[in-house]
Design a binder for this molecule. Sequence first.
Ligand code: GRG
Length: 299
Amino acid sequence: MTREEFLEFLKEKKALVDQKLEELLPERDEPGARVISAMRYSLMAGGKRLRPVLCMLGAEAVGRRGEDFLLFACGLECLHTYSLIHDDLPAMDDDDLRRGKPTCHRAFDEATAILAGDGLLTLAFELFSSPELLEVTSPERLLQAVHLVAQAAGASGMVAGQMADLLAEGREISPEELSYIHRKKTAALLSASVVSGGLLAGAPANDLRALETYGEALGLAFQIVDDILDVVGEEEKLGKPVGADIRKKKATYPALLGLSEARNKAKELIETAVSALQVFGPKAEPLKALARFVLSRQN
Ligand code: GRG
């Protein structure tokens, strides 16, 4: 699958997710509807929809139709969007822009943004437990998938990663601590997204292990690329290399290893991710293309 073919493929999958989310969360006319508007504002702000796409492709790698699990996949996007809204809050990263638009607390207000995050996190579990999913998977499989995603998102996954990241601010950290932050904050949910698709699709244990290896390596590479894009963006703004200055800011692989070594590390991880997919043969072609896309993405 070429990059162009994959981009077209991604556009189609993304459209499925966008349309379903639109259907699931209509505007309302009631006293509390402001929170719905804030949830919709962030949810429909143009995210890449990687987590829902990973879930659908995890199911496709084992021979099922990804779209069957669209409700679950949409739950993953709600969960991800909650984490972005809360991450942008003044008490956390204090960001003004997200997905090229004012952050939720800037467009609305802080209390509304907190509630919008709470609403999206809860909506995620409402979608994961949709009775319609029992028409396409078994109750055991569904329960395992919800449990897996809850573990990846909660205080032993993404929330722990965010905590460690906040505690690491302004001081030097070891490569081990950095790897912990990346695994928990970013890789855990990306990996759970693709594994949950496999689980719902009824994949056997060794296929699930392969998807987990893929998801973990992809997630780590994703975070490194994110940090590289930050440095490159900064350099473009400044018109010169940021050099050692990056070390003083957040701990990242570009700060720890330099840009070129960080790029090599991301490449190695993508190779690991792609090799883990051998067991699936051609059905995993889109997952391979997605991994290569993560390496070359510009936003
Ligand atoms: C607040 C519990 C809590 C967790 C926050 C996700 C997160 C943890 C922080 C976001 C900070 C950040 C930029 C992390 C880097 C990796 C990442 C999750 C990037 C954003 O994901 P994309 O690129 O975003 O998939 P889009 O906008 O395409 O959905």
